[in-house]
Write a protein that binds this ligand. Structure first.
Ligand code: NAD
Length: 380
């Protein structure tokens, strides 16, 4: 088993998700490469305590990411810091020759993303991917199989989205995701959009133009110091795109990223409707995928299937047991390490978001901002 020695920069929510996935790597049964977390960095030293308590392989703890990048024992880094730091830290990691899993949105805005893309072009020897676990849920893997078997026929319409109600409560104190300086103008598109774009982009469905309607619903929130602070970023985004499949046939592609979606704690969903077949899934019913195969002139019956644990990378879990968020995170990391070790993803839909796919999402979200501002359809 080949070992890749990792440093983590940003030991908050997502840094620890990776730490936990690495600690249960033995859950994967058909991988030949594994991560070992040897260094951790957070600007707030208290955030590395979890690693100290749980991760005996950590040999370097620092609050300076440059010190971690100078560590010759680190082969690859996972950078999970607020969006305003993506370009600076990702470019430094790439220049230091560290393979990189960067968090979405992969730059706070298009200009930051272009800096990252330039650094990648200068260092083709460095393997770089962007985090999104959305295609690793078993139901999405099944929809991918249908796509690869050409079961949909001509695409009629696709809808993909990510709905949260995490900001429904107007009394919830403000966090960095509501601040333009740290989270960028994209708001929920930057936070949630890459997940919603992952499957459509991997399928080769490219948005040619977009008409976006963006909403700011809660204008201000408690600032945690007894006052109120303005919420500067977009809460909800609906993007209606004209997309084309690889054969050039146009269809409507709708992407929704909502921070304020009543009743949705964390709902990822994907719906593909075609002339021969259709499929739809929402993580609200995480184990269920609905599929319709249509024979001309016949009925249009939806079949409801339980997915169990049909994963891209096999695990110890029995095939009948349902999957969850942390399972798809483990799969995403298996995909990153597999592609790093073997030079290609295990399958087309078992690969992490490429830098080019992340860059396309920036062009889409930037066009969406212009569309909202000018109330018109904008080329992507
Ligand atoms: N893939 C997913 O499902 C998913 C989910 C949530 C967040 N994210 C992404 O992960 C990234 C981090 O989000 P999070 O929710 O983990 O945030 P978080 O606030 O929980 O953690 C960020 C950490 O970065 C640290 N940090 C800030 N500046 C730093 C610096 N200069 N050097 C080192 N550490 C620094 C903070 O102290 C904090 O501990 C964002 O890009 C976000 O979009 C991805």
């Amino acid at each position: 088993m080949k070992t890749v020695r990792f440093g983590i920069i940003g030991c908050g929510l997502m840094g620890r998700e990776f730490g936990s996935a690495a600690l249960r790597w033995c859950h994967l049964t058909d991988v030949d490469v594994k991560p070992e977390i040897v260094a951790v960095c957070d600007a707030n030293p208290a955030m590395t305590a979890w690693f100290k308590a749980n991760c005996p392989t950590v040999r370097q703890e620092t609050s300076d990411y440059r010190a971690l990048l100078a560590n010759a024992d680190v082969d690859a880094v996972y950078v999970a810091v607020p969006h305003n730091l993506h370009a600076e830290v990702y470019c430094a990691a790439i220049a230091a020759g560290k393979h990189l899993m960067g968090e979405k949105p992969f730059g706070i805005d298009l200009a930051a993303n272009e800096r990252i893309m330039a650094a990648i072009r200068q260092h083709p020897e460095v393997f770089v991917r962007c985090s999104s676990e959305s295609i690793f849920f078993p139901a999405v893997q099944r929809i991918a199989q249908l796509f690869e078997a050409d079961a949909f026929g001509r695409i009629i319409q696709v809808e993909s989205g990510f709905l949260h109600c995490s900001d429904m409560d107007p009394g919830k104190p403000i966090n960095w995701k509501r601040m333009m300086r740290l989270n960028g103008e994209y708001g929920s598109m930057g936070d949630l959009g890459m997940h919603a774009c992952h499957f459509p982009f991997r399928a080769g469905w490219r948005p040619a133009n977009v008409r976006a309607v963006l909403s700011k619903i809660v204008a201000q929130r408690p600032d945690g110091k007894g006052g109120m602070a303005p919420c500067e970023t977009w809460d909800n985004a609906t993007l209606l795109c004209s997309a084309a499949d690889s054969g050039g046939q146009e269809f409507p592609l709708t992407i929704k990223t909502f921070r304020i979606a009543p009743g949705h704690k964390n709902s990822w969903y994907l719906e593909v409707y075609g002339t021969r077949g259709s499929a739809r899934w929402s993580s609200k019913q995480i184990n269920t995928v609905e599929i319709m195969q249509y024979q001309p002139g016949g009925e249009q019956p939806w079949q409801v299937l339980d997915m169990g644990h049909e994963m891209a990378f096999k695990t110890l879990t029995g095939v009948n047991f349902e999957a969850g968020f942390s399972d798809s995170i483990l799969q995403m990391w298996a995909a990153f390490l597999h592609e790093l070790a073997h030079g290609a993803p295990k399958r087309r839909f078992a690969g992490c978001v490429t830098p080019e796919e992340a860059a396309l999402s920036h062009r889409l979200f930037t066009a969406a901002l212009a569309s909202q501002k000018e109330a018109r359809t904008v080329e992507v």
